[in-house]
Every structure is written in C-alpha cells, then in structure tokens.
Design a protein around this ligand. Structure first.
Ligand code: 3PG
Length: 209
C-alpha cells in the first residue's frame, strides 16, 4: 500500500505543501487542487487545523492526502486516524518512521547528507524528502548523492518553485518535488479557488514539459 502511494506521488511529480489556518478552508482547497489537475496535498501539522483539514480532504476520495511537518509518533497516529496516506517529516526520526511502518503508511523523512541517507536506509526507507533543498546544495547535491546511493529517490522541497522545478525533476533520482508556491497561505485562507487552480495548473504544466 505504501508503495502504491509512492508511485502515485511520483506520477504526479509535484506535492503541494499546505498550511491551513482553518479546516473550513480545506473544501475549497480540495476543489482547486482537483480542478488544477493535481489532486495531492501535504497538510502540515504546523497549525491546529491540520488534522481536521486532512479529514475533509480525505473524505473527498479523489485527493491523495498526506501529513507534513510530522515530528512525533502521536502526530502519526492523529494524521493516519484523520485519513493521511503518507507522512512527511523535515528530518529523520526513527520513532516516526517506525510508527508509520506499524500503520502501513508511507514515511517520507528528511535527509540531505550521506549520513542521513544511510540512516534512512537502515530504517528501510529508500525515498527521502530532500529538505531544505535550496540551501542544502540543490540539484547538484542530489546528483552527487545519487552516485553512491543509486537506488535512493529524493523529493526535494524547500526553495523549489516554478523557475527551478525542472532542474530537479530532470534528475533521474528525483521522484517528485514538493513546495508551497502553488498554494500560498493567504490565498488558501481567502478561499481563492480560481487563483489556486491557476497556480496548480501552471505547476502541472511545468512538471510535464
Ligand atoms: C516544507 O515544509 O516542505 C517547506 O516549508 C516547503 O518549502 P517552500 O515553502 O519553500 O516550498
């Protein structure tokens, strides 16, 4: 099941990272993501609204919804209970990865150094979030890590946007990129469905080119 989810993320190539201040905003966000052609969301546990927002999006049935900024096993439980199908963390936590394994959900922990990648492999994780991508060496760093770690795949996030996503996506080691640029917090809060749809559609087009 976790592998299916990874394949679907890799198929979409872009993972919108969302911060929701109000779970009520999740309905219009879900419509915008679907209308824009990118029915995927990483809802971050940076706000109290995250758990309910995951529930709203999961209930649609047509959005692949995951949780982001997951720092503790307790948050894994809450995210999965709300309907999250994947769990993203900024760094590598054994406890979080193991709890994801118990639930059978995909864990995408952060790793940007060779030591961190090796630690992820020891936990059975071979696809990692490369975060923060821009300040951790960008595409050149991923290309360098891919030499010794030929079977590891990366999801660069942090400083990725419309102007540079292709530089990442063109690397065979990159499964998908993540970012918040197509779901700006203010637009999500304003329920600007049309504006978000446009940004999402633009990201989809750029990822496809
Ligand atoms: C994340 O949690 O993955 C990042 O905050 C997203 O980074 P970005 O805002 O630079 O896209």
């Amino acid at each position: 099941m976790a592998m299916d989810v990874l394949d679907r993320l890799a198929g979409h190539r872009v993972v919108p990272v969302v911060v929701l201040d109000d779970a009520e905003d999740a309905a219009s966000l879900g419509r915008a993501l679907v209308d824009g052609g990118l029915p995927v969301a990483e809802v971050t546990f940076r706000t109290a609204a995250a758990e309910r927002a995951i529930g709203v999006l999961a209930e649609r049935g047509d959005v692949l919804v995951g949780a982001g900024t997951v720092l503790t096993p307790g948050q894994v439980d809450r995210a999965v209970g709300a309907g999250a199908r994947f769990v993203v963390s900024p760094g590598l936590s054994r406890a979080v990865v193991e709890r994801c394994g118990e639930h059978g959900v995909l864990a995408l922990p952060g790793a940007v150094t060779a030591t961190e990648v090796q630690a992820a492999l020891e936990l059975g994780v071979s696809t990692v979030k490369f975060f923060p991508a821009g300040t951790s060496g960008g595409p050149a760093a991923i290309a360098a890590l891919a030499a010794p770690f030929g079977h590891v795949r990366f999801v660069p996030t942090g400083g990725v946007g419309p102007e540079n996503l292709r530089e990442y996506l063109d690397l065979p080691a990159v499964a998908a990129v993540g970012g918040s640029w197509m779901v700006p917090r203010a637009r999500v809060a304003a329920r600007d469905t049309a504006g978000i749809t446009e940004l999402v559609a633009d990201a989809v087009a750029r990822a496809r080119d």
